[in-house]
Design a protein around this ligand. Structure first.
Ligand SMILES: *[C@@H]1O[C@H](CO)[C@@H](O)[C@H](O)[C@H]1NC(C)=O
Ligand SMILES: *[C@@H]1O[C@H](CO)[C@@H](O)[C@H](O)[C@H]1NC(C)=O
Length: 237
């Protein structure tokens, strides 16, 4: 085969391949375009009436002392789910597609903060998780990592057989003043510890619940209360 023939063959194969790929993603591409055209990161879902309910599930990944007396840092995976009716579609009109992956920065996202953070400038969410999973009923699932740095009360001192124990209470929820309508609901009554890695400080018990915090003139904020019991590990343990 001559050089030109090989080139031609390669180009034909390439163009066939491109056509094939283009064909197989066409419905997803159209759907993504149509959804993003209706999406508005500045306006919360159902803004004219109330707001979304955000269901939250927390997994501890690890805890450590933050280098200041009675301050601890705890890492999480944060699973969140809410309905944004602007992001729903009829699968029959899009080749039966029921799930798309959309860039999170183009969607409305909750602006969760740790209310009494010991590191007030530290954002709660990491910026790595850039994709949200959206299903045809408008359900948005977004699972970034989260970190809290908070004050902890020492409950018992350490000794040779067991380390000191601490308890910390954190309030997590939407920080923006206009967002009193956003409801936050915990999936369960505890934080999941199955993903926790061993460190010098172990989370030994948790409690998780929805609370309402009222502020004169500002309204009632639905928030999440996270209580963590922690124990320092001794060398023998
Ligand atoms: C979509 O699903 C319906 C119902 O299961 C089926 O009849 C139809 O052939 C599917 N369409 C495509 C394009 O796969
Ligand atoms: C060590 O601390 C643990 C937890 O506070 C306590 O239950 C235990 O009795 C203590 N042991 C000694 C020898 O003081």
């Amino acid at each position: 085969m001559g050089f030109i023939t090989k080139m031609t063959l390669a180009m034909v194969v390439l163009s066939l391949f491109q056509k094939e790929t283009k064909g197989q993603s066409a419905s997803t591409a159209t759907l993504t375009r149509n959804l993003l055209a209706l999406s508005d990161p500045e306006v919360r879902p159902n803004a004219d009436r109330t707001g979304p309910e955000i269901t939250v599930n927390l997994f501890v990944t690890g805890a450590e002392k933050a280098g200041r007396p009675n301050v601890v840092t705890v890492g999480f995976w944060v699973q969140m789910l809410w309905i944004d009716p602007r992001l729903s579609w009829d699968p029959a009109q899009y080749n039966n597609i029921t799930t798309v992956y959309l860039p999170a920065r183009k969607l409305w996202l909750p602006n969760f903060a740790v209310w009494h953070s010991a590191n007030p400038l530290e954002p709660f969410f990491s910026e790595e998780q850039r994709i949200a999973v959206v299903t045809s009923n408008g359900a948005v699932a977004w699972s970034p990592k989260g970190v809290i740095t908070v004050y902890a009360d020492q409950v018992t001192p350490g000794n040779y057989t067991s380390g000191a124990t601490y308890q910390t209470q954190s309030i997590i929820g939407d920080w923006d003043l206009q967002d009193v309508e956003i409801s936050v609901k915990a999936v369960g009554t505890t934080v999941d510890l199955s993903q926790q890695k061993n460190s010098g400080l172990q989370v030994t018990g948790t409690s998780l619940r929805s609370v309402i915090q009222s502020f004169e003139g500002f309204g009632r904020y639905p928030l999440l209360e996270v209580i963590l019991n922690l124990q320092e590990q001794t060398r023998s343990a």
